[in-house]
Design a protein around this ligand. Structure first.
Ligand SMILES: *Cc1c(COP(=O)(O)O)cnc(C)c1O
Length: 397
């Protein structure tokens, strides 16, 4: 029988070494559980960085995928297909926007939002040619394209990949005063994550988004929210911005939009913004294809029908309370919202993730000192209880 180690060594011969994964080789997943090639079972507390909110291999999405795969998978956007309209209507109905534009990876949806915001700036706000500026935050994570890493504040994401696209200004996160000061006549938008997931599960002050909304309104710039990780139930609301009575001008989603089956992303906004995009301005061979649309429809229906946002709200609150009860000199802070939870340690988190793995829990460090716990939203209290015993074990040694 081949071991985890055999697979790791084999794969490393052929794979670019652009990741540093835990040494576990997963071969099967069902719901909140995954199994490695040696038959050991783990609770998945990463959920593909929140792409698996619906759990692994949700039968309803698998079914939609199989049925569509036997019928029609790709037309390209040179022709219409009979599934995309239904998918985009579903997004618009849920988000209460008038239009949606489908892409594949999250980074592509971010790029799409940048293009739409810039073109809106030139055509509606009359910003001088090539002068458009977008304000972003320190410690952001919006993806890995060259434009996007160009406005990252993470040295490693940038080092060796320049030159970068101009037109971005970085301000501190959770700092509305600075946002207000940095907006000028060329600013077209402010792009921000409601909670910085990759940045270490950083939760801003209550009212942050509300203040950003007011500033963007006053200064007539677009509020662009990257909800690729925080959206679709993760934080205890369908979208994290709904914790505050506010709404962005452009909403970016991805990850759980497919329930982990396939890269599907989209932006949503109203017509007065989306109308700046004309035929030929933007596109993607696979964006909005019928297979993706069928998967996306099922993925969204599950989030609504299984009430995953409310479930994340109820369990997340309880889970964080329980984590806060763990008495350990290792733990500096427990923070998060819904089932997006970060346990900040006083040391590097990696060895503790490795110990958790030994005990059957898959979690990954983010930003060195933080262990992120973000299980599929279908998880039950008893399984979280099971995890708490092990988490407590590892952190109390
Ligand atoms: C994961 C993520 C992205 C990038 O998505 P990809 O599908 O990996 O390109 C962008 N923004 C946020 C907030 C993310 O969590």
């Amino acid at each position: 029988m081949k071991t985890n180690r055999d697979y790791v060594e084999f794969t490393n011969q052929f794979s670019a070494h652009n990741y540093h994964p835990l040494p576990v080789v997963i071969t099967r997943g069902k719901g909140i559980w995954v199994w490695d090639v040696e038959g050991k079972k783990y609770l998945d507390m990463l959920s593909g960085y929140s792409a698996l909110n619906q759990g692994h291999c949700h039968p309803r999405i698998a079914d939609a995928l199989k049925k569509q795969a036997e019928k029609l998978t790709l037309t390209s956007r040179a022709f219409h297909n009979d599934r995309m309209g239904e998918f985009l209507k579903k997004i618009c109905d849920l988000t209460e926007y008038e239009k949606a534009l489908p892409m594949n990876s999250g980074a592509e949806a971010v790029e799409t939002a940048i293009k739409v915001a810039r073109k809106w700036g030139y055509s509606k706000k009359k910003v001088a040619e090539d002068k458009a500026e977008i304000i972003v935050c320190e410690n952001n994570f919006h993806g890995r394209t060259t434009t996007i890493v160009g406005f990252s504040s993470e040295t490693q994401y940038r080092a060796g990949f320049g030159p970068f696209a101009p037109g971005f200004k970085i301000i501190p996160y959770d700092d509305p005063e600075t946002l207000k000061k940095e907006i000028n006549q060329n600013t077209v938008g402010f792009m921000v994550e409601p909670i910085q997931g990759e940045g270490g599960v950083i939760v801003p002050e209550d009212g942050f988004l509300r203040k950003c909304r007011d500033i963007c309104d006053q200064k007539k710039i677009l509020l662009i929210l990257d909800e690729i990780q925080t959206g679709l139930g993760r934080t205890g609301k369908l979208f994290a911005y709904q914790h505050e009575t506010t709404k962005p001008d452009i909403l970016i989603m991805g990850k759980a939009l497919s329930g982990g089956f396939y890269p599907i992303s989209a932006i949503a906004c109203d017509d007065d913004i989306m109308e700046v995009i004309k035929p030929g301005d933007h596109g993607s061979t696979f964006g909005g294809n019928p297979l993706a649309s069928a998967i996306g429809i099922a993925a969204l229906e599950i989030i609504i029908e299984e009430d995953l946002a409310q479930h994340a709200h109820d369990l997340g609150k309880w889970f964080m309370d329980e984590l806060r009860k763990i008495r350990s000199p290792l733990i500096r802070e427990v923070r998060g919202k819904g089932l997006l939870v970060g346990v900040v340690l006083n040391e590097k988190a990696r060895p503790y993730c490795e110990q958790l793995m030994e005990l059957g829990i898959l979690a990954k460090e983010t930003h060195e000192m933080v262990v992120r716990f973000a299980p599929p939203l279908i998880i039950q209290k008893k399984d979280l209880q099971w995890s708490l015993e092990r988490i407590s074990n590892v952190l109390c040694t």
